[in-house]
Design a protein around this ligand. Structure first.
Ligand code: FES
Length: 188
């Protein structure tokens, strides 16, 4: 039996070749899609960690072995963190940059703790598309500005981990942290 072509709807004219059965199928799929979304939303909200679980997850790192000019990588909430002990020359290099010339204007002092300006603690996640920049590991290139270099698309960060060149829109993020002592820092 030939299928009936829909001709009585302005949206479903005979010219577009949509048949009534196709229309019914489309309507059924759309209804299933809506049901799918309404099931997914509660599932996703159940999977997301609650605010208190996130707040409780912190990382304590012993920094006693990190000499000036060295950096280590830690992990915080499954993401890399760079902890760097800046040399006096690296601090001076960061401080001599006119802040207003920066894409994401911040001083080194604003990105470190008072009295501990040599400890630069940032996420090791490029603010462009999330690659892990080079520069914290032994022998890795630090880029044109002596800080970090993201080889994914060529973002260069300076000795305060501020974006200086390339597509990244902002500085490497400074996470919440505090010094528990001179040698232990708690991130988070
Ligand atoms: S992800 Fe780092 S430059 Fe694109």
């Amino acid at each position: 039996m030939a299928e009936e072509t829909v001709t009585d709807s302005p949206d479903l004219g005979a010219g577009d070749g949509v048949r009534r059965r196709d229309f019914i199928n489309i309507a059924a799929v759309s209804a299933a899609g809506v049901a799918g979304v309404s099931i997914l939303v509660p599932l996703i909200s159940q999977m997301a960690p609650s605010a208190d679980v996130l707040a409780a997850s912190s990382t304590e790192v012993d920094i006693s072995a990190v000499q000036p000019g060295q950096a280590i990588k830690a992990v915080f909430r499954k993401q890399p963190v760079f902890i760097r002990n800046l040399t006096p020359a690296e601090i001076a290099q960061a401080n001599k940059v006119p802040v207003t010339s920066l894409r994401d204007p911040q001083t080194l002092a604003e990105r470190t703790k008072e009295g501990k300006e040599n400890w630069l603690i940032t996420m090791g996640v490029c603010t462009h598309l999330g690659c892990v920049p080079l520069g914290a590991g032994e022998g890795e290139t630090k880029g044109e500005f002596g800080g970090y270099f993201c080889p994914c698309h060529g973002s260069h960060y300076d000795t305060a981990a501020r974006i200086r060149k390339g597509p990244a829109p902002s500085n490497l993020e400074v996470p919440e942290y505090e010094f528990m002592s001179d040698t232990v820092v708690k991130i988070g």
